[in-house]
Design a protein. Structure first.
Length: 61
């Protein structure tokens, strides 16, 4: 039975969510809503950083 790479799965899932949030932020900026752009981009960055931290913790298991 092959070992599942939890670190890659966690990092990939958080990275995907972060990219989607930043994408929605860019769409909001294109429509002129800069506050929504700033909020979505900041949340996307935080999700990405959280994914990196969790994947490092999962690597220690």
């Amino acid at each position: 039975m092959s070992r599942v790479n939890i670190q890659a799965i966690v990092l990939g899932a958080h990275g995907l969510v972060a990219v989607v949030l930043v994408g929605f932020g860019v769409l909001a900026a294109a429509s002129g809503d800069l506050i929504q752009f700033a909020l979505l981009t900041a949340i996307g960055v935080m999700v990405g950083l959280l994914g990196r931290s969790v994947s490092r913790l999962a690597n220690q298991l």
